[in-house]
Design a protein around this ligand. Structure first.
Ligand SMILES: NC(=O)c1ccc[n+]([C@@H]2O[C@H](COP(=O)([O-])OP(=O)(O)OC[C@H]3O[C@@H](n4cnc5c(N)ncnc54)[C@H](OP(=O)(O)O)[C@@H]3O)[C@@H](O)[C@H]2O)c1
Length: 295
């Protein structure tokens, strides 16, 4: 039995779908308020709970052999990254130890090891990585770059308006990963011997500049992109104002600022190593988007 947290998220949903396509038993950890009907329909067992409640985590781990931790916080998460990205994962690791889980897959983030002081999510991921590695569990830590599925709503907006809002330097490099490829890597990590006890950066096969994204949209929709480039200091202004009314949201924006002001990409040799390890070719951003965006 697999336990997948974040099962209603962009990545978690794909992990559950893939496991069910492969007829694997899977328990999806979901919140009562989430949209989980599709997962149930596909034959996933549903464990309703809240990851901020250790007892819900312990209950969900009963009878589980594999855990894939794919949940994550956002700006509105109660307790922020500390509660969900850090504490809930520590509880999950301890519950996994208690029931003798065979393999724990943790979705971290590319750059978790860079010591960004102002980014609570990165700090939480790094601390969880350390804890998992010292836990004695078999593990695979995946450090993905940005997900291609995040761009689908932006592409739909672009389809209507031709406008793309780009915050920060358009030349910043990124290697956006196909969320479907990442789901496959997460699932296959538990059976791929060479992935055991490894920390793996996971990106797409191309190193893109952020300005390439609207160009790709333009090709897909056959439309000349109009790029509206907002400088980073505009975001800093918003953060300063937010700090007065909502300090938690200000902290969460620190993670966004780190994401927007730094480069997150995998080198060609890292990608080649990943393709060899898992035995398939990673898909480009354009290919991912074309599959999802009926034109
Ligand atoms: N998106 C990216 O570009 C990116 C890049 C690198 C790494 N990552 C990491 O990859 C993982 C998956 O990201 P994603 O974009 O797929 O996430 P997502 O779409 O934001 O989904 C987050 C998931 O966590 C669940 N969740 C939040 N709070 C919860 C709680 N208290 N109890 C139970 N479940 C809770 C959400 O449930 P609800 O449906 O109920 O809200 C949802 O299923 C995260 O760890 C993230 O940090 C993401």
């Amino acid at each position: 039995m697999f336990l997948v947290t974040g099962a209603t998220g962009g990545l978690g949903r794909r992990i559950v779908r893939l496991l069910r396509e492969r007829e694997q038993p899977v328990r999806a950890f979901v919140r009562l308020t989430a949209r989980y009907g599709e997962l149930e329909h596909r034959g996933a067992e549903i464990a309703i709970g809240d990851l901020l409640e250790p007892r819900d985590i312990q209950r969900a781990c009963q009878g589980v052999q594999y855990v894939i931790s794919a949940h994550g916080s956002n700006a509105s998460t109660r307790g922020g990254a500390q509660a969900l990205d850090y504490r809930a994962n520590i509880e999950l690791i301890e519950a996994a130890q208690a029931v003798g889980v065979q393999h724990f897959v943790f979705i971290s983030v590319l750059g978790a090891d860079r010591g960004y002081e102002d980014a609570p999510v990165f700090k939480a991921k790094w601390a969880v990585e350390q804890y998992l590695q010292a836990s004695g569990l078999n593990y695979t830590i995946l450090r993905p770059s940005g997900f291609a599925s995040n761009l689908l709503p932006l592409a739909e907006q672009f389809r209507k308006t031709g406008i793309y809002l780009l915050i920060g330097d358009p030349q910043t490099r990124t290697s956006i990963v196909s969320t479907d490829d990442l789901a496959r890597i997460a699932v296959e990590s538990v059976t791929t011997e060479a992935a055991r006890n490894q920390v793996l950066p996971v990106g797409g096969p191309e190193v893109l500049q952020r300005a390439d994204i609207p160009r790709i949209f333009g090709r897909i929709f056959n439309r000349e992109p109009m790029i509206v480039n907002v400088p980073l200091f505009a975001l800093d202004g918003v953060r300063t104002v937010l700090g007065v009314v909502n300090p938690d949201a200000q902290k969460a924006l620190g993670t966004l600022r780190v994401l927007l002001s730094n480069e997150f990409f995998c080198s060609p040799s890292e990608i080649a190593a990943l393709e060899t390890l898992f035995g398939f070719k990673l898909e480009t951003l354009e290919s991912f988007l074309r599959r999802y965006l009926a034109t």
